[in-house]
Design a protein around this ligand. Structure first.
Ligand SMILES: *Cc1c(COP(=O)(O)O)cnc(C)c1O
Length: 368
């Protein structure tokens, strides 16, 4: 069995060191020393001045929406994980989907202005697969129309744009440290902003609005995270360079194994600090994808239609996004995780090449 993903686990003895400290202090949650240490370490790693560590990446988006007091319509991408859209709906706003650029799979800035109405309050875009959105174009549009910008950077840990962390863009950027992400704390997330008032507001929102034991500042939520989760982050962080190096090699190896297939890839080659968080391949047709997928599954190889179906097709109310609709039917993510071996990758490659042999000459060559 080759799963599509397998969370990284550090040597147990390294985690144990942090557990010993937790037992000594009996300080398990509520802004403890390991949470503080993780926040400091991540700020150093990313070169960011401000970061609040949260319970997960979804509550991070919700805190961002609350902090900016967004109302009405939020322009967003149909091509992301469901949490991007469900957070908008959960916060009582209406998602308005704008189609994607087929080369990056990110929201297409050229289509944003047509979707702006008097009710639009913000743009919430995802750096999908860790590929940066066109942050400069989005910023220009937001400034012109007086809109706030949130970036869902759940896939984008470590990525840089113009030499700066991608998390420095937008009014607020969020990320996820879920176990399946490149850098993880089992569950976890973060919010980033360079605006001190927003940071303070999000700090209150994250902790029930507590401003001391007896005073409250606004209506908060429990968006905190625990010492045990922070400990996993602190244990994993020193392994990150090796993890990124491995993922890069694995991605390049896949490309060489699959070089004879009529598939394409989202554009990742020019990205600073690219993190190889997924290995998406784009088939020429949905039927080629479906046949390849069942060939993989017959051999007990996991794969995932990330992202399918498009979020604009769920119950949230639609918005036509033909490019996203079309790409989402043809994209498949292959297994990618730290302990995946070259031999396993070769098996994945062989199954895909064989599957293609059997469908060659049929619909796979018909460009859709
Ligand atoms: C993983 C993910 C989230 C949610 O993060 P959690 O930490 O699982 O809550 C949000 N957006 C995207 C794009 C994601 O991939």
């Amino acid at each position: 069995m080759i799963p599509v993903t397998k969370p990284f686990l550090p040597p147990k003895s390294e985690y144990q060191v942090y557990l010993d400290g937790i037992w000594e202090r009996n300080w398990q949650t509520n802004n403890g020393p390991l949470v503080n240490k993780l926040e400091q370490s991540l700020k150093g790693y990313l070169g960011m001045e401000h970061l609040l560590y949260t319970g997960n990446g979804t509550i991070a988006i919700q805190i961002a929406i609350k902090a900016l007091e967004l109302k009405g319509e939020i322009i967003t991408t149909p091509f992301s994980y469901v949490a991007t859209t469900s957070s908008i709906v959960w916060e009582g706003c209406k998602p308005v989907f704008v189609d994607i650029d087929p080369s990056t799979c990110n929201i297409d800035p050229q289509k944003i202005e047509a979707a702006i109405t008097p009710h639009t309050s913000a743009i919430l875009a995802t750096h999908v697969y860790g590929i940066p959105c066109d942050v400069e174009a989005i910023d220009r549009i937001a400034t012109k129309h007086n809109l706030k910008v949130i970036y869902d950077g759940a896939h984008a840990f470590g990525v840089r744009v113009n030499g700066k962390s991608i998390f420095s863009y937008g009014d607020i950027s969020t990320t996820s440290f879920h176990a399946t992400k490149v850098f993880h704390t089992i569950e976890g997330g973060g919010v980033f902003t360079s605006q001190p008032e927003l940071l303070q507001k999000m700090a209150f929102l994250r902790n029930f609005g507590h401003d001391g034991p007896e005073r409250f500042n606004g209506v908060g939520i429990n968006g905190k995270n625990s010492e045990f989760h922070a400990a996993m982050g602190l244990t994993n962080l020193p392994h990150l360079p090796a993890i990124l190096q491995k993922r890069r090699e694995q991605s390049e190896f896949y490309k060489s194994l699959l070089s004879s297939l009529p598939i394409t890839y989202p554009a990742t080659s020019q990205i600073e600090g690219y993190n190889y968080c997924y290995f998406p391949i784009i088939f020429r047709s949905e039927s080629a994808l479906l046949q390849s997928k069942s060939a993989l599954e017959d051999q007990n190889i996991g794969c995932r239609r990330y992202f399918y179906p498009g979020l604009n097709t769920l119950d949230y109310t639609g918005g036509a996004c033909p490019v996203s609709d079309e790409i989402s039917t043809r994209v498949l993510c292959l297994p990618l995780y730290h302990s995946l071996t070259k031999e396993e990758q070769e098996r994945v490659g062989e199954v895909l090449v064989l599957a293609y042999e059997s469908i060659k000459g049929k619909d796979v060559l018909k460009k859709t």
